[in-house]
Write a protein that binds this ligand. Sequence first.
Ligand code: OAD
Length: 262
Amino acid sequence: MPGLHAATQMVDNAQSVVVLSGAGMSAESGVPTFRDAQTGLWERFEPEQLATEQAFRTNPSMVWTWYVWRSMLVNSVDPNPGHRAIGDWQRSLAIGGGSLTVATQNVDDLHERGGAKDVLHLHGSLDRYRCLECGRSAEFDPSTTGVTSDQVFDEENIVATVPCAHCDSGVLRPEVVWFGEMLPTDAFEAAINALGQADLVVVIGSSGLVQPAASLPKVGKDAGAQLIEINPARTELSDGADIYLGSTAAVALPEMLTNIIT
Ligand code: OAD
């Protein structure tokens, strides 16, 4: 893999690391990326057009079912060797007095299940819910809907939204960031702070098309960090990266971290 040797050396010298991950990170676990071909019903919709408050208000059951299905899908898959390698790397740096911050655009919990701690979820989390109207957090178990991860989507499988237990008019929505909404301030600021102190930034599996997350690699680079990109397809970031590894997360990360992982 071109660049692998140089990347391994950078890894061995790094003490303060930020990993920025996107949907490609979880692809080999079986979670489709946003810009891969979608199946069933979703062939007819742009995911971006469903990921807005307006889409939810216009067609709540359909958008709700999409998130319930994604949640069931994520719950049915496992972290891949790339997630686990990052968890090992974080542990190893912490033992040696260094640090590794994971900031992800992913709404799944595969980094955590792969062993990473204190993951910054820039686009929220699929397993948290709040009321669309009153904003109060709520518990919800998507498996109670009957939607399954292997279900082929069509209009007959749409499930009803869930009323809020606190207010009269609200229904639950997932605690994810929809287009047009602010990123969680705490997570975004923590990512900016970590990037300001990083000596190495590794960007994995993001098309770099969605702002403001797409601007984060440059924040690290401008503050003096070296930049490694892992993605089987080149992106707008690739030319500006110190090293571009044209491979997948589950393959490139264990190889790049070969001196570190247990
Ligand atoms: P995208 O679906 O836009 O891009 C996925 C990237 O992963 C592409 O560049 C692929 O080449 C790459 N990729 C595919 N398989 C891979 C693998 N096995 N290993 C490594 N890379 C791989 O996903 P994001 O950039 O994460 O936002 O999308 C950003 C945001 O757009 C999402 O968080 C979501 C979406 O609309 C919201 O919902 C707000």
